[in-house]
Design a protein around this ligand. Structure first.
Ligand code: SF4
Length: 345
């Protein structure tokens, strides 16, 4: 079992549920738009949100964001330890740095003193694209190299008496990432932040992430998840939540079971499914709704749904726990299902 760290009011590691995090893609200096995005991510199910802090102005904005954010914030720092200190002073809940930040021992010492004083944990994020030269020279750009770098850098913090550490060893190569986390989980008990990095456009990225993150979580590896997707980060949170739900690591929320459609389909399965999902995705209750295109296989195949519809020519069957409760005209299916959602909620 991994160690537990506290990030704001959230616990990561140990026996705690796997948390979901994402990262804003607004300019952090633009406080209002960044806060809006943080709130959207939180509403979608993010437990934590990371913000990039590349400038003094961004570090200054941290104070306002921390005061107004509904979830703990993590500052992503590259190159300048002073920005990390400024974020710590401004109330950030966690710092993410990569080894490039800790090449100067004296500067790292100053940062660690502040982190200890304010009880702020650190994620040391190792990426395939920024491995230390000496490690890459011996081990190449391999899973083993990622792990050696992570352990080495965690050791530097430990030597300074700091152990509130979370580690990540990401690569855009799914198999390499899986191998790296498997190795790392055998070598240490730090909580692990998992994800596949730079996965590309939405549809491909969701698949790469689901395969990689899903494989790791199914083996019990991973304490916090970030799905990296190009575009609106809300997609990252929705994907992460869905992966957790598929693996029964998260129970609450709506699940739509919809048939693939075929020559027997009588209703707009895709349209109805999408509309119900959009209307109900914020519901914080476990609910399984089925949208089946016909009555031939519909009710039987959706037997484990809480309720649903099986399409007919002009009228469709509304069923509840596998039993028909009524029929309704096809243009009233959505209304009937939303009504049942309201009753169940
Ligand atoms: S539920 Fe009916 S419409 Fe949907 S795929 Fe099965 S047979 Fe076809």
């Amino acid at each position: 079992m991994t160690k537990e760290i506290k990030v704001g009011n959230i616990y990561i590691g140990g026996t705690n549920p796997v948390t979901v995090q994402s990262m804003t893609n607004t300019k952090t200096e633009d406080k209002e738009n960044t806060l809006k995005q943080i709130c959207r991510l939180s509403e979608a199910g993010a437990d934590l949100v990371r913000i990039a802090v590349p400038t003094v102005a961004a570090a200054g904005a941290v104070k306002y964001l921390v005061q107004n954010s509904p979830v703990p914030l993590i500052a992503d720092i590259h190159y300048d330890y002073r920005l990390a200190i400024k974020c710590a002073e401004n109330g950030i809940s966690k710092i993410r740095i990569n080894p490039g930040n800790i090449s100067n021992k004296e500067n790292l010492k100053k940062l660690v003193e502040v982190l200890k004083d304010k009880d702020i944990p650190v994620r040391i994020g190792i990426n395939g694209g920024s491995l230390e030269k000496d490690i890459e020279k011996i081990y190449g750009n391999t899973a083993e190299a990622l792990v050696i770098s992570a352990i080495r850098n965690a050791g530097i913090f430990e030597e300074l008496g700091f152990s509130k550490i979370c580690l990540s060893v990401k690569s855009s190569d799914v198999l390499k990432t899986i191998e790296a986390y498997r190795l790392l989980s055998k070598k240490c008990d730090y909580p692990l932040h998992i994800g596949i990095t730079e996965t590309g456009i939405l549809s491909k990225g969701i698949i790469k992430s689901s395969v990689g993150v899903g494989a790791l979580l199914s083996e019990g590896i991973g304490d916090t998840v970030r799905i990296s997707l190009t575009g609106d980060p809300v997609n990252e949170v929705e994907t992460a939540v869905e992966i957790l739900r598929c693996l029964q690591l998260k129970e609450k929320g709506i699940e739509i079971i919809s048939c693939p459609t075929c020559g027997r389909t009588e209703i707009d399965v895709k349209g109805i499914s999408e509309k119900i999902y959009d209307e109900c995705k914020k519901i914080n209750k476990k609910l399984k709704i089925a949208v089946m295109g016909c009555c031939v296989n519909g009710i039987g195949e959706a037997g484990d749904a809480d309720f649903g519809v099986a399409g007919g020519k002009k009228e469709s069957i509304i069923f509840y726990k596998g039993n028909k409760i009524k029929t309704c005209p096809n243009d009233e299916i959505l209304k009937e299902l939303l009504n049942l959602v309201e009753i169940s909620n």
